[in-house]
Design a protein around this ligand. Structure first.
Ligand SMILES: NC(=O)c1ccc[n+]([C@@H]2O[C@H](COP(=O)([O-])OP(=O)(O)OC[C@H]3O[C@@H](n4cnc5c(N)ncnc54)[C@H](OP(=O)(O)O)[C@@H]3O)[C@@H](O)[C@H]2O)c1
Length: 324
């Protein structure tokens, strides 16, 4: 990594974008060679504003971590927002990057690109092999389009103009910068809020939806940021040898999963809630297992560093800091 490269982080105030920012600074990147814009300064859905920004700034590299993100409830309630905004943000950024000579770009997708019934663990090759989960299909379709944008620019312009746009597909993430909204959050921030509120109100029990038996995988966001910088900086020959032109994305998982019951007990312990945890098996469970196959990334030499027990206290501290 050249510490003088001019790097644009799209979505630098989000959970992943802010972790990538921290990661680059910790790795010694020159602070004033990192370019950021808030949404108020630059709406990435606005094509002409994005073109003007890239023409003025001419970054060398782009981390595309801006997206409309939310849990299954938000996805199911606002499907038009999820497909429209994600398609616009990524199409505008990728095309403007290309038009302005950006050779290196990293696009962040999501594990929901894989079919609802994909074999576990979900390998990169499972993409486009079956129907998606209907509740977040619009979001997943946008993310699949993002992968295909990167691959298509590489195929058309890689050899002649040196374009090298890559995609990473994170598993469920958690950590500082997460969204703790009571309805629109992912499972870990939702559990943190519920156990914290139960502790404060001295509620005798907390009921968790479903049987507690489904298995899910979680990655601490600073590990995700480290993986993003790692993939961005892989030698092109190494990257090409481990991907295919039309199957270019790389999974980023923790490598192990836990049951929702195990997760609930781990969060409960970190929060210090003393009451009982019950499971309401009359409520739907969702897929029995969602687990990424991260062998491609692991074979390239990257491994996560932060286990769930180590990461959850930082997530809870982040929640508490936001309550102040
Ligand atoms: N969180 C997860 O568990 C998870 C899991 C897998 C994949 N990912 C992927 O990782 C990426 C980052 O997710 P995240 O969790 O960091 O999301 P996040 O915390 O919601 O951050 C997204 C950022 O994008 C910005 N943004 C969205 N639309 C914009 C627009 N039109 N113009 C300018 N900025 C815009 C947001 O700005 P505002 O704050 O102003 O809205 C926010 O700063 C996404 O691609 C997501 O799909 C996340």
């Amino acid at each position: 990594m050249n510490p003088q490269s001019k790097i644009y982080i799209a979505g630098h105030r989000g959970m992943v974008g802010s972790a990538i920012h921290r990661q680059l600074l910790a790795a010694g990147h020159t602070p004033d060679r990192i370019v950021t814009r808030t949404r108020a300064e630059l709406d990435l859905c606005n094509q002409s504003a994005v073109q003007t920004f890239f023409a003025a700034e001419k970054p060398d590299q782009v981390y595309l971590a801006a997206a409309k993100v939310g849990g299954i409830h938000a996805n199911n309630t606002f499907p038009a927002d999820f497909i429209y905004q994600n398609l616009m943000v990524q199409a505008n950024v990728i095309e403007a990057a290309f038009q302005n000579g950006v050779k290196k770009l990293l696009f962040l997708g999501s594990s929901c690109i894989y079919p609802r019934l994909a074999p576990q663990p979900m390998a990169e090759a499972a993409l486009l092999t079956g129907p998606l989960e209907p509740k977040n299909e619009p979001y997943a379709i946008a993310k699949i389009a993002g992968i295909k944008l990167c691959e298509s620019y590489n195929r058309q312009y890689g050899a002649i103009q040196g374009v090298d746009y890559r995609s990473v597909m994170p598993t469920n993430l958690y950590g500082p910068g997460d969204n703790y909204h009571p309805e629109n959050s992912h499972v870990i921030p939702a559990l943190i809020r519920r156990f914290h509120e139960a502790k404060m109100s001295q509620a005798p029990s907390v009921a968790i939806w479903g049987s507690g038996r489904p298995r899910r995988e979680f990655l601490y966001v600073d590990d995700m940021a480290a993986a993003s910088v790692f993939v961005m900086n892989l030698e092109k020959a190494v990257f090409d040898a481990n991907t295919q032109p039309m199957l270019g994305h790389i999974n980023v998982g923790f490598g192990e999963d836990v049951t929702i019951a195990e997760l609930a007990h781990a969060v409960c312990k970190v929060v210090g809630y003393q009451g009982e945890i019950t499971f309401d098996a009359t409520k739907p469970d969702g897929a029995p297992r969602k687990w990424m196959d991260s062998q491609r990334l692991n074979a390239l030499g990257w491994k996560p560093r932060v286990a769930l027990e180590a990461g959850l206290p930082y997530a809870y501290k982040d929640f508490l800091d936001k309550q102040l």
